[in-house]
Design a protein. Structure first.
Length: 191
């Protein structure tokens, strides 16, 4: 009987440990955004952001390569600080948000290195899916949030070619640069 109780306790403690290593996190929409920067008329960078981010991060602390990311970005939330430009960007010449209201990123592989975390994945934007690589710093934390749940922070960067996604194809690179620098600041809440 003692042996059976010991085995049961051992099993329960092992399951608890394994569960603590893998967890589900969701973006804190109030503290997460995807920022972008693109060259205008070969003169200066125009900055903007998307603020409505949803999805899940399956985080495996013991083995980061077993983690995954699935994020949806509301393309209609684009904000460059100029409402006329925002309307043009949402239009058919760029994002065509009536037809493609969201962008998604789904990881295909995650690896940890001395300089941070590399997340490979597929970005679907404007109805086109292309592989991208995110260079990630983090996680920072966890710290308890106002909701009494653990919060962590990640920051990621990548550069994409807008023309590869069919965005702004009517504009030459001399007017609207081809390269778009993305900066993702994500605060995630443990579920």
């Amino acid at each position: 009987m003692r042996r059976l109780i010991f085995l049961a306790l051992l099993l329960v403690s092992t399951v608890g440990f394994a569960t603590a290593q893998a967890s589900t996190w969701v973006p804190d929409k109030a503290h997460s955004e995807v920022g972008f920067s693109i060259l205008h008329m070969s003169l200066s960078n125009v900055h903007g952001q998307f603020g409505n981010i949803a999805g899940t991060i399956q985080w495996n602390e013991a083995d980061v390569s077993k983690s995954s990311v699935n994020i949806t970005i509301d393309a209609t939330s684009v904000d460059t600080g100029e409402s006329a430009r925002d309307s043009e960007i949402k239009g058919s010449g760029f994002f065509d948000t009536d037809k493609y209201p969201t962008a998604t990123f789904v990881s295909t592989g995650i690896a940890k290195s001395a300089s941070g975390i590399t997340v490979n994945g597929n970005l679907t934007l404007h109805g086109v899916t292309k592989p991208v690589v995110l260079q990630v710093e983090g996680p920072n934390g966890p710290v308890p949030g106002m909701d009494h749940k653990p919060h962590v922070g990640f920051s990621a960067t990548t550069t994409i070619d807008r023309t590869a996604f069919g965005i702004g194809s009517g504009y030459p690179a001399a007017i609207v640069g081809d390269d778009v620098k993305l900066t993702i600041d994500l605060e995630a809440v443990k579920q």
